[in-house]
Design a protein around this ligand. Sequence first.
Ligand code: IPM
Ligand code: MN
Length: 349
Amino acid sequence: ADTLRLAVIPGDGIGQEVTVEALKVLAAVLDGSGHRVETTEYDLGARLYHRTGETLPDSVLEEVRGHDAILLGAIGDPSVPSGVLERGLLLKLRFALDHYVNLRPSKLFPGVPTPLADPGEIDFVVVREGTEGPYVGNGGAVRVGTPHEIATEVSVNTAFGVERVVRDGFARAAARPRKKLTLVHKHNVLVHAGHLWRRTVEAVAAEFPDVAVDYLHVDAATIFLVTDPSRFDVIVTDNLFGDILTDLAAAVTGGIGLAASGNVNPDRTTPSMFEPVHGTAPDIAGQQIADPTAAVLSVALLLDHLGLGDAAARVDAAVTADLARRAAGEVGARPTAAVGDALAAAVVA
Ligand code: IPM
Ligand code: MN
């Protein structure tokens, strides 16, 4: 379609500011391309919750479903009890829209400061499962608040769910130059789920003879992410391990201000959702000091998902050049909007 119908959920805190810049860059990169963007903004998050007690009304979910894609800023606020917006809005969207691939690329752009002394070339992608694992809310607590309290949080892993995300990981690995897939789990302890993942990877590997496969326990994977991150190409892992690994991956590639993500439904039966990995940073919200780069890179993932690879590459190139200018000291600290303006100017074909 020539009209890209985009649902926009700026959310809370700096989500608002960074989304404005991401949309600015999106409009600029598609200007003159024949594609136009039609946005519908949804005011979801802490404000709606305080006003109505709702997090994601069914009617809104159904409306959002009718779009080609979703751009999300960030969700969460200290004024709302922990878990309410996370479960009731963000995870509800991921689950309801069956975003089973949580795609999180990690790339060390030239010149970007990293805490690693000798990082090598870092360019990998984490394919984090997005609809199962310990995130499903399968658990409970008894004798709460007593010394005898028992709380469980049972990780759910289905053959169907594991296979589809593993297959997606292999397909992505097969399309990359290095063609390498690393399964990360903990099958020496989590024997039930771990062996399901291991067997599934073995089985699907037979369909992708060009892809080299290896395995790491999650604890060892954290070591290698710091000591030898260039060994990774595609990592496939469960929802919680993927959550933790991708924060570490962001930390070694310039920080959470640069980490983009896509909540993807590869079957395209629902709109996929793109969001920076960072949170709402209430301490700096509204001050125009947040870096919109992660949101802008999320737009690149969105464009790529929609088959607009050229536009995605231009956004990527603009960010790469901007980061190099920062490294060279050619630009100093800029307001959020100034970064967006610079990137929007740079993406014009
Ligand atoms: C993320 C976040 C979310 C997650 C939270 C806010 C529910 O940490 O997107 O990584 O755990 O997936
Ligand atoms: Mn996280």
